[in-house]
Design a protein around this ligand. Sequence first.
Ligand code: ZN
Length: 272
Amino acid sequence: MEKLIITAAVTGSLPTKQKTPHVPISPSEIVEAGVRCEQAGAAVIHVHARNPKDESPSTDFQLFKEIYEGLKERTKLIIQISTGGRAGMAYEQRSDRLTLNPEMASLTTGSVNFPDSVYANSPELIERLARDMQAHGIKPEMEVFDVSMIRNAVELAEKGLAEAPLHFDFVMGLKGAIPATIENLVHLKNSIPAGSTWTVAGIGPAQLVVNTHAILMGGHVRIGLEDNIYFRKGELAPNERFVERMVNLAAEFGRPVATPDEARRIMHLKAR
Ligand code: ZN
């Protein structure tokens, strides 16, 4: 089994300071969260930007740039920029951040209902983002909310718009998408092409459950306040504590944790 890659999704689009004081919002807070998560054992940081004034999800290129440059300066983390967009965000608003040339970016290969909106990713949008990533040598993390999205990702590879081995992130337990059962996790794992790597992101209380199984199944884990703010029932915690818990669990199960450079090799990232 390969070493365990821990991805920290520190911010996301939804958690606010009112919900948890631990969520980083400003670029400097996000960079500090990255530094602490790296110290705790994370290899990848999944990046969203927030409007520092009202905490809303932001498409502002300058914010992404500030976060990206801060993380590059202060950490060795693999920077994975989200190309996700809430309702109404056009291709241009979701793609200009790729010109920063991060090593990775997330690519959702289909549409899904979020609890209160439609997360729309048309075939055309997906292909354009995939082309941009290819042009910049960025490894896509295929963010799949359902089995059909695996098929769409494989089709991108068949069309020459993504290179094998593919890397997947299974997002499980979001209302409207695939439920976070172990049967479903096994099915997702069995549905990706041989040689692919995979990470799992469970939403809310599913986070710890699916991550624990991923450690045992040879997958990788995503933690962080984007997906879950509760360390345990009623107890909030900062991102790095969630990283620490994964490091401790992995040690219990005898699985060493990957450094950022080891993660680069495991996921076949292009040399920079
Ligand atoms: Zn995200």
